[in-house]
Design a binder for this molecule. Structure first.
Ligand SMILES: Cc1cc2nc3c(=O)[nH]c(=O)nc-3n(C[C@H](O)[C@H](O)[C@H](O)COP(=O)(O)OP(=O)(O)OC[C@H]3O[C@@H](n4cnc5c(N)ncnc54)[C@H](O)[C@@H]3O)c2cc1C
Length: 474
């Protein structure tokens, strides 16, 4: 009997993993909390919109459609949309058991399933990271990812005019999505100075040649910005948002290379909405719950075939490093091939490893060109909110870390409630950990045994039998 591979996430990495496992001859269950496959990169408008050209705002749409149709239409693939993995249970031998809730996230009738795979591929992706600054909690301040999701997925603009700020090449597709959806983008601000960006990208130029597609994509966005006369400024950031009840103006300032503010360079810009992003946070709760070792505390550690430190568990995509959609797809193909029992000596697998390694080199350049400067906490004031769910401010956090809770990050969190609200530290976790570094240690910001919200009633219901046949081909 063929191996059963469960793939969590149907973004570029998950779809690639499903294709790799199918090619190796495995049976695959591909599941995603979302209604449609594609993940962050190929986010589709809802079918109800009846979009004539759903791929209009997307790069590589044709290739995505081909892969999606091949995987979801395969007789050995069961596609489970609206299926959230809320927990994984370690076992004595073999991969962990996978606990799934199937059904509309806001609906009443979600079913519990427990899957016991022979191989598990984790590909849950990342979400965008936003550093706090005074006023970032005001309505009208969005993460750039949320603004892009609304533009790409719902054809909605978050405001008009919009200012986009933060760091990384991701600023460009966000600007492009908002322009295409009809918004006026005032300017795009990259916090790193031009010298840092240029040094990062210009090192080892031969590596760029191997990533011509990605470079072409970025050049396309730059052209769109130029046609719409949107300035792209480096070494400048939004350090404050102001407004009465919602954002009305952004305060921007020039930054030194460590992101400390150059005094006297502040400017006030009237805005209707502000979109900010300072990189990505990988979603590590599932690998951490499965017992996978992390690399540098930041990413899932994998070997040459995407194996994690837990037998039978593989990882692909943004949870192993931030390298973009093509890299995620290649890692997925390799992970799926290995999880499905494919021959490690296969020639196609060797070619995939080489392609994956080139993509990882590209990721290194990305990190070098767009680092987060260590002096950003200098933007904060004592009353700046750090944890938005619990409204814990910077002053309270420091007071606890230097006082009664000194030395223990857990005690600081319990005492101030930072990270204990509805988002369970998904947004503020890395920020709080960074602000407490050197003051209060311990605790894993990614330890979240319940990875997705589950109602008590759902928890009380026994799991339904998991059908062992093809569920649907979309
Ligand atoms: C908000 C955002 C916007 C981006 N926009 C761009 C862009 O415009 N251009 C660009 O080049 N790159 C963009 N990126 C980066 C790009 O999306 C990634 O490089 C690529 O999508 C990574 O693929 P992935 O498969 O690892 O993750 P993703 O594409 O994020 O896919 C992960 C999938 O896993 C699912 N999932 C997560 N947790 C669970 C769970 N517990 N149970 C079930 N399913 C789960 C999610 O619903 C999602 O569909 C963006 C990233 C983010 C976070």
């Amino acid at each position: 009997m063929s191996r059963h591979v469960v793939v969590v996430g149907s973004g570029p990495a998950g779809l690639g993993a499903a294709a790799g496992a199918l090619r190796a001859g495995a049976r695959v269950t591909l599941l995603d909390a979302a209604e449609d496959p594609g993940g962050q990169y190929h986010r589709m408008p809802p079918a109800a919109f009846g979009a004539a050209r759903p791929g209009r705002l997307h790069h590589g749409w044709r290739g995505f459609e081909r892969l999606r149709d091949r995987v979801l239409g395969h007789p050995r693939c069961a596609w489970w949309p609206e299926s959230a993995v809320w927990s994984v249970d370690r076992t004595e031998q073999g991969p962990p058991h996978v606990h799934v809730l199937r059904g509309e996230a806001d609906g009443a009738g979600r079913e519990r399933h427990v899957l016991r795979p022979d191989g598990l591929v984790l590909a849950p992706g990342a979400h965008d990271r936003v550093l706090p600054f005074p006023g970032w909690e005001l309505p009208g301040v969005y993460t750039a990812g949320a603004a892009q999701a609304l533009a790409k997925g719902e054809r909605l603009v978050v405001g008009d005019p919009v200012l986009i700020a933060g760091s990384g090449p991701f600023l460009l597709p966000v600007a492009a999505s908002l322009i295409e959806a009809g918004a006026t983008v005032l300017e795009v601000l990259e916090a790193n100075p031009a010298a840092t960006v240029a040094r990062g990208w210009a090192a080892r130029p031969w590596e760029l040649a191997a990533q011509a597609g990605k470079a072409g994509e970025l050049a396309g966005y730059a052209g769109l910005l130029a046609r719409h006369r949107v300035p792209y400024r480096t070494g400048r950031a939004v350090i404050e948002a102001r407004g009465d009840g919602r954002v009305e103006e952004a305060v921007t300032a020039r930054l030194h290379h460590d992101w400390s503010v150059v005094p006297g360079t502040e400017r006030t810009v009237p805005v209707d909405a502000l979109c900010v992003t300072h990189g990505f946070s990988p979603q590590l709760e599932l690998p951490v719950a499965a017992g996978c070792r992390l690399r540098g505390g930041a990413f899932t550690d994998v070997d040459d075939d995407q194996r994690t430190s837990v037998p039978g568990v593989y990882a692909a995509g943004e949870i192993t490093g931030i390298a973009g959609a093509p890299a995620a797809r290649t890692e997925g193909l390799l992970a799926g091939w290995a999880a499905g029992g494919g021959d490690p000596g296969d020639r196609a697998a060797a070619a995939l490893r080489r392609r994956r390694d080139r993509a990882r080199a590209f990721a290194g350049r990305l990190a070098a060109a767009h680092p987060v400067g260590a002096a950003w906490p200098g933007w904060l004031r004592p009353d700046t909110i750090v944890c938005r769910c619990e409204e814990t401010d910077y002053g309270t956090l420091l007071h606890a870390a230097d006082g009664a809770a000194a030395g223990s990050a857990r005690a600081v969190r319990l005492g101030t409630r930072a990270g204990l609200g509805p988002c369970q530290a998904r947004v503020c976790g890395p920020t709080v950990a960074e602000l407490l570094r050197g003051r209060a240690g311990g605790g894993d910001p990614h330890r979240r045994p319940v990875a997705q919200p589950i109602r008590l009633g759902e928890l009380a219901n026994p799991p339904v039998d998991t059908p062992d046949k093809k569920e649907s081909a979309r």
